[in-house]
Design a protein around this ligand. Structure first.
Ligand code: HH2
Length: 274
């Protein structure tokens, strides 16, 4: 189940990969990954999102076995130390299945269940929530020529179709995520963030992931290791425009930013914002 209580919820990113765009290689060692995951929980993460495959632009797809070998030891060890909900960030049903069997609670699929046809029946069988992220193209080619006539309208239409597919597949809990940076130019990312409140029409929780992404670098000129301020600003904007979950690397700082907003505007800020 999703830990949604009316407060904005923080999903802490735990990448067990050699090549993720901002923290690749930092937590490839299982002990370091577990230690980092527990630090994120201590810093205020409501969900831990564990991923074993980078989906940065141009990333090479790895095999399910490789991905399982990266994430499973970390997930199993984390389960012994914390009961914080864990989501598995994968497009592959065998990886999701191994993770669910090891105690994961949520599937985070950047292909919105389109990459592996085994994913929807698996999610339905386990009764777990699924994050449906929008991506135009695939990681290999998505940033080559992204094109939209009306990006927000096109994403809303996409999600209506995917939510229908979920209902037909027996999936009862879905979350939508516009997929910032996935087949989108700067102008598209900005239009999506500006139009976030319109995603409330879909009547399912909204997740947004801006953390350290390149659109922040395009705006500020800052390299990936200096995008904390831009990440916080964009996530605060998202929460004030109805995002219920923000997916971030810097949990401690995000928690503090949300605590301040809540102190000013009240805990129900996400329900009453804009
Ligand atoms: N972004 C990334 C990966 N997974 N999942 C969702 N639902 N939303 C996102 O915006 C999203 C995601 C990319 O970020 P990161 O995990 O830091 O990098 P990489 O894919 O290089 O591992």
């Amino acid at each position: 189940m999703l830990p949604l209580s009316g407060r904005a919820c923080i999903m802490g990113i735990l990448n067990v990969t050699p090549d993720s765009f901002s923290d690749g290689g930092e937590f490839l060692d299982a002990d370091a990954a577990v230690e980092h995951g527990l630090r994120l929980v201590n810093d205020g993460a409501d969900i831990l999102d564990i991923g074993g495959e980078s989906t940065r632009p141009g990333a090479r797809e790895i095999t399910a076995d490789e991905e399982i070998a990266r994430v499973l030891p970390v997930l199993k060890a984390l389960r012994e130390h914390t009961d914080v909900p864990v989501s598995i960030d994968t497009r592959k049903a065998p990886v999701a299945e191994a993770a669910l069997d090891a105690g994961a609670d949520i599937i985070n699929d950047v292909s919105a269940l389109r990459h592996d046809m085994g994913m929807a029946p698996l999610a339905a069988k386990h009764g777990v929530p699924v994050v449906l992220m929008h991506m135009q193209g695939n990681p290999m080619d998505m940033q080559k020529h992204p094109h939209y006539d009306d990006v927000v309208e096109e994403l809303l239409a996409f999600f209506r179709r995917r939510l229908e597919f979920c209902a037909e597949s027996g999936i009862t809990h879905a979350v939508v995520d516009p997929g910032i940076g996935f087949g989108k130019k700067l102008e598209h990312n900005l239009a999506i963030l500006r139009g976030l409140a319109r995603f409330a029409d879909l009547q399912v929780p909204l997740l947004v992931g801006t953390s350290r992404k390149s659109f922040i670098g395009q705006i500020t000129g800052h390299p990936v290791d200096q995008r904390l301020a831009g990440s916080l600003a964009s996530n605060v904007y998202a929460v004030l425009n109805r995002a219920q979950i923000v997916r971030v690397h810097d949990v401690r700082e995000m928690r503090a930013a949300l605590d301040v907003i809540e102190a000013i505007a009240g805990k129900e800020v996400i329900q009453h914002a804009v």
